[in-house]
Ligand binder design. Structure first.
Ligand code: CU
Ligand code: ZN
Length: 181
């Protein structure tokens, strides 16, 4: 069967037009996110940024108003901070269903950022690069929350269920939503 050349050309033109129209829109890559930490109950406040580098996500922050010493820092599942005591943000962000751990552990919740250390003035300044955090895709940390706790995170090293799930980190003393920067 011979197809006349005119029809063939118009069919190809139609195909090209349709396929170029259905091509997905290319999204801008997400390079940076930010979280403002606040609490209506205490003086804890802070600013944390997440920046994409070739080697991972750089987390840089300063949190003030803390008691001197170590405090657990986690990304929790939801960005629902409507409860002033951060009780509506869910558990640790754990899309890969792993056990609680330390920042440098392979097996950990994605949201396990370990501990930050507040100085005599109650200020914690920190910066580290993490390979597990994501700013894009279904497991992105955008829209979730960052929580700082009253106590040290035992990094899952304790022999209790609490240690293996939350690091026995005590109360949530401040939280904020992680958003596009
Ligand atoms: Cu937490
Ligand atoms: Zn955890």
């Amino acid at each position: 069967m011979k197809i006349p050349i005119v029809i063939l050309v118009s069919l190809i033109t139609m195909y090209v037009n349709v396929s170029s129209k259905t091509e997905p829109v290319k999204k801008e890559p997400v390079e940076k996110a930010v979280c403002v930490l606040l609490s209506p109950f205490n003086s804890v406040n802070g600013l944390i940024t997440f920046e994409k580098l070739v080697k991972g996500i750089q987390v840089t922050g300063k949190i003030s108003g803390l008691d001197t010493g170590p405090h657990a820092l986690h990304i929790h599942e939801k960005g629902d901070i409507r409860d002033p005591k951060c009780l509506t943000v869910g558990g640790h962000f754990n899309p890969l269903h792993k056990q609680h751990g330390a920042l440098e552990d392979k097996v950990r919740h994605m949201g396990d950022l370990g501990n930050i250390n507040a100085d005599e003035q109650g200020i914690a300044v920190f910066s580290f690069v993490d390979k597990q955090l994501l700013l894009e895709g279904p497991n992105s940390i955008i829209g979730r929350s960052l929580v700082v706790h009253s106590k040290i995170d035992d990094l899952g090293r304790g022999n209790t269920l609490e240690s293996k799930t939350t690091g026995a980190s005590g109360e949530r003393i401040a939280c904020g939503v992680i958003g596009y920067a």
